[in-house]
Design a protein around this ligand. Structure first.
Ligand code: R5P
Length: 299
């Protein structure tokens, strides 16, 4: 049995279809004072998978997820899997400054305390967040789904670019699937909405220390890949550098298209040809469905 929270209804419906499982209806509404009402309709199966991302509005979506999990257990479900394609608060996995709340830890503890028996997410910003769980927790990759979606007719001329070193693993994974080169840029974060991308620190093979001349960008169909696009500042900087070095075409891919602060417009204005995100979050750019990847993981 599959249940979709209000943030992931379409995705849940497609996962249920892939698996040929029942999609259970959840009634949610808000009382006049803003409190949430939730009712799960139908007979509860022994094993239930709840699909609910906890992006904006994070606190509401999280509360709904907790209500669904706890209610399922209360109604007799023996095993509840929480599939949270995008996990909000995952970027605060430690105290960067004294006195800060380790938000990611609290979120994991709440999901577990609500009764989740297993947790599944996609490309979580820091994999160490999953260590906050005592239940089995899996971090799936959206790279195969994104790579499959891309038009690979000019694969020979494609160059996969990570906009910072942290995203280089994604670029490597994509380039292996597609069969083209990859590299990364270097980025310094100056604040929550300000980044500086410095130079093309080009390296196509992390095993060898061979660096590739910046000329290798010239004439290439550049595909930028990142886990999250939030304000778009990181991507805009990357696009500017790639244009400067003569990329012929630039597409932008990400797993989690948060795209706040007019990020979409800023990225297109900077010169992107396409923005391709997954439906871990609903947005105009959520073109790649994670339904099959989730269904495969649940099988
Ligand atoms: C951080 O390193 C992430 O991988 C993303 O690069 C970051 O969250 C993107 O943020 P923004 O779009 O605001 O630059």
């Amino acid at each position: 049995m599959i249940i979709g929270g209000s943030a992931s209804q379409d995705l849940a419906a497609h996962v249920a279809k892939e698996l040929g499982e029942e999609l259970c209806y959840v009634e949610t509404k808000k009382f006049p004072d803003g409190e949430r009402y939730l009712r799960i309709d139908g007979e509860i199966a022994d094993e239930v998978t709840v699909i609910q991302s906890t992006g904006y509005p994070q606190d509401e979506n999280l509360m709904e997820l907790l209500f669904i999990i706890a209610n399922l257990k209360d109604l007799g479900a023996k095993k509840v899997r929480a599939v949270v394609p995008y996990m909000g608060y995952a970027r605060q996995e430690k105290r960067f400054n004294p006195g800060e709340t380790i938000s990611a830890k609290i979120i994991c503890e709440l999901i577990q305390a609500a009764g989740a028996d297993e947790f599944i997410t996609f490309n979580i910003h820091e994999a160490c967040v999953l260590n906050f769980f005592d239940i089995p927790a899996r971090n799936l990759s959206a790279m195969p789904a994104i790579a499959e979606f891309l038009d690979k007719s000019d694969a020979d001329n494609m160059l996969i670019i990570a906009p910072d070193k942290g995203a280089y693993g994604f670029a490597q994974e994509m380039s292996e699937i597609i069969g083209c080169d990859c590299t990364y840029l270097t980025k310094v974060r100056l604040g929550p909405d300000k980044v500086e991308t410095k130079i093309v620190d080009v390296r196509c093979d992390s095993e060898s220390e061979n660096t590739v001349n910046v000329d290798s960008v010239k004439g290439k169909h550049a595909i930028i890949i990142d886990d999250i696009i939030a304000t778009g500042g990181t991507i805009v900087n990357a696009i500017n550098i790639l244009k400067q070095y003569g990329a012929s075409e630039i597409d932008v891919c990400c797993v989690h298209p948060i795209l706040t602060n007019n990020g979409t417009t800023r990225i297109y204005s900077a010169g992107a040809n396409k923005i391709i995100g997954t439906n871990s979050l609903s947005s105009d750019t959520s073109r790649v469905s994670l339904a099959k990847s989730i269904a495969d993981a649940l099988r």
